[in-house]
Design a protein around this ligand. Structure first.
Ligand code: ACM
Length: 508
């Protein structure tokens, strides 16, 4: 016995009223596509074509209408209204992004077979009659994938985006560089990917002593990334690029040793996991390098935000270094610790001059320069401190949003990040607004984001096992706001039919 689709929507719409009767999509159903609604019509056709084969041709008197109406109030940029009657369907939004979200609701309201990739015969493509008004609870609902530790090909990133879109996630954060690999092409710096994009082996398990002996490598082309950006945009998703600095930069230092603190030193792309103490230097060439890289990043990624990392950066190499001493004299700063903020401030200002907004990982919540958007991952107190300081905050608390931790402590669970479990219930119970936040600070919390660091996730299969169903809980909280565990799990039980139709190898 399958549950009616409206009882299994993930995320749950803000307001919905379902009545008896159905609208059935057939080969004769046409789309009435209003001005500006073309991208939503394209998405509806594209996502339903494989299973249903429905042409959904455009027609001025089409029964399924898609309309952008700038006079609609109360829907914001991503909300939509969906009216399904027996003879017609109307999907309306103030902006096309809202229509793209509504298309995902239509997909979920159809039988799960609509999500299959092979043609289906004998299925009635019916939608339950309904009146839905749906507006997101939080403006930032992200998912980060680390393609530096383990590279994933473009075709998998496109599938990953499809699955995010189904759940109304709106930011795909791509962690493109780290100690173990550099994946971002930079025209003027080809060694970044040629040398920095490969390592001879990878560490197996957390101990540091065991390696697999298997070379690992990969890098994107500009064409790949342009395709990813446009594919994501067609689904209403912004791709947020991350270039790590000044730490987590060993792959760049392997390619261009002069960027480090000891010129002439030869470094390999790191073959260990963890925190590496080789970091970028403080000399002028380093800032030229950062600008050159970020110019290409901004060319490829239209995202208003650009992530500069900033986390886990031991400053031992700067201590008593002549370049650090010179910067301290130049800036009047009190000590090496302040040079970390100064470094990020220099590069962040370059982004701002180019109309972008810098993002960084919080180590304490108060150490990042003014104007940075803060991803608070270590401690809820850091999210609070950053929001009270006036930063925009994305709550990425590791105990609730790090999907590299195993989902359970059960025997037989594949090895994940050591040191804890992040259960579905932990994700579901996560409130992005930290306890004790004043209304002013709470207003600075943009939303929530899932993180998948891939030390222990080399393949798409493992990525999907770790991501689902936890991402369903994160997306539900971000879009719909809090729900009871009973309500969420009841909907999720039905929703798994959709994940199964899409071939998602989820955690049971
Ligand atoms: C992080 O987990 N190092 C942001």
């Amino acid at each position: 016995m399958t549950s009616p689709p409206h009882t299994t929507l993930v995320p749950r719409p803000t307001r919905s009223r379902f009545t008896t009767g159905h609208f059935t999509l057939t080969a004769e159903t046409c789309l009435r596509v209003g001005e500006g609604a073309g991208p939503a019509a394209d998405l509806l056709r594209t996502t339903l074509a494989a299973a249903t084969g429905l042409p959904l041709k455009p027609a001025a008197d089409g029964a399924l209408a898609l309309a952008v109406d700038s006079d609609l109030t109360g829907l914001g940029g991503e909300g939509y209204g969906l009216t399904i009657g027996r003879d017609s369907v109307l999907l309306r939004a103030r902006e096309v992004a809202g229509l793209l979200r509504g298309v995902q609701t239509v997909r979920q309201l159809l039988p799960p077979a609509a999500l299959l990739t092979a043609p289906q015969r004998g299925v009635t493509w019916s939608l339950p009659c309904a009146e839905i008004t749906d507006v997101p609870h939080r403006p930032w609902r992200g998912a980060m994938l680390d393609v530096a530790r383990h590279f994933q090909p473009l075709r998998y990133l496109l599938r990953y985006v499809d699955l995010l879109a189904l759940h109304k996630i709106n930011v795909f954060h791509l962690h493109l560089t780290d100690d173990q690999g550099w994946r971002m092409p930079v025209a003027a710096l080809p060694k970044l990917t040629e040398i920095g994009g490969r390592r001879p082996r990878s560490m197996v398990g957390p101990s540091g002593d065991i390696h697999d002996g298997v070379p690992h490598g990969g890098a994107y082309t500009r064409t790949d990334l342009a395709r990813l950006v446009s594919y994501a945009a067609e689904r209403g998703i912004t791709v947020l690029p991350e270039i790590e600095m000044p730490g987590h930069s060993r792959a760049a230092l392997a390619a261009y040793p002069h960027l480090g603190n000891h010129p002439g030193r030869v470094l390999d792309v790191w073959t260990r996991w963890g925190v590496c103490d080789t970091i970028l230097g403080l000399h002028d060439e380093v800032f030229d390098f950062c600008r050159t890289v970020l110019e290409d990043v901004m060319d490829v990624f239209p995202s208003p935000y650009v992530h500069l990392g900033g986390d886990e950066c031991p400053l031992t190499e700067w201590t008593r270094h002549p370049a650090a001493a010179a910067r301290l004299r130049e800036t009047g700063l009190a000590g090496t610790a302040q040079l970390h903020r100064w470094f990020l401030g220099q590069v962040g200002a370059f982004l701002v001059r180019n109309g972008r907004r810098p993002v960084g990982w919080a180590e304490t919540g108060t150490e990042l320069p003014d104007g940075f958007t803060v991803m608070a991952w270590r401690d809820p107190a850091h999210a609070l401190a950053a929001a009270e300081r006036g930063h925009e905050v994305i709550n990425s608390y590791h105990r609730a949003t790090y999907f590299d931790y195993p989902q359970s402590g059960a025997a037989g669970e594949p090895a994940g990040q050591p040191g804890g479990v992040v259960s579905l219930r932990d994700v579901h119970g996560h409130d992005p607004v930290p306890e004790g936040a004043s209304p002013r600070a709470a207003a600075h919390v943009l939303g929530t984001q899932a993180q998948l660091w891939t030390e222990y996730a080399a393949t798409p299969e493992r990525i999907e096992y770790l991501t689902y169903p936890r991402l369903c809980a994160l997306a539900d909280g971000g879009w719909s706001g809090p729900s009871t565990w009973a309500d969420f799990t009841a909907r999720l039980r039905g929703h798994t039919a959709r994940l199964d139709a899409l071939g998602v190898g989820r955690h049971p």
